[in-house]
Write a new protein. Structure first.
Length: 163
């Protein structure tokens, strides 16, 4: 059976484990529940956009979204960050959320070509051919008519009109 000496050692060991658990649990709670710090101000927005776009290209959507949110924390109206968050939403299947982000980007910069291009693609996927055509026509007005992207968009417009 247990002697008083063994019980004392066991009680002391149990108290130590309990305290260690409290300290570790508190540290983990603080570590994971506090918001991440924004990127250092010495990193330019363009550099952050480049790094975050690389994450998006790799398919690391959660990390890319965090990066674009950090950019928006420093530059709330950045149309590129807004458009790419829209692209992330589209890739996740949330068409309506994607369209909201494209609209916000275009509200900030009505001639932001990337948002017009992606908005057209998203509207086409939604089955809104008229909306897609309007977005692509606005895109086409921004560039020379013989540019490759305008030729592509004109083909899509023609296809959408036949549907």
């Amino acid at each position: 059976m247990w002697s008083w000496r063994h019980r004392g050692v066991f009680a002391l060991w149990s108290a130590g484990v309990f305290v260690l658990g409290l300290v570790t649990g508190g540290w983990l709670a603080i570590r994971f529940l506090t918001p991440g710090s924004p990127p250092p101000p010495d990193i330019s927005i363009s550099s952050l956009l480049e790094k975050t776009h690389t994450l998006l290209d790799k398919g690391e959507l959660a990390e890319a979204e965090k990066g674009y949110q950090a950019i928006l924390a420093r530059d709330p109206g950045n149309p590129e960050a807004l458009t790419h968050i829209g692209n992330i939403a589209f890739q996740r299947g949330d068409v309506e959320k994607a369209l909201l982000y494209y609209e916000e980007a275009l509200r900030r910069d009505p001639a932001y070509a990337h948002a017009l291009w992606d908005k057209g693609i998203t509207l086409r996927a939604k089955g809104d051919n008229a909306g897609a055509i309007a977005a692509w026509e606005a895109f086409a007005r921004l560039f020379p008519p013989d540019s490759q992207d305008v030729v592509t968009v004109k083909k899509w417009i023609s296809e959408a009109r036949t549907k």
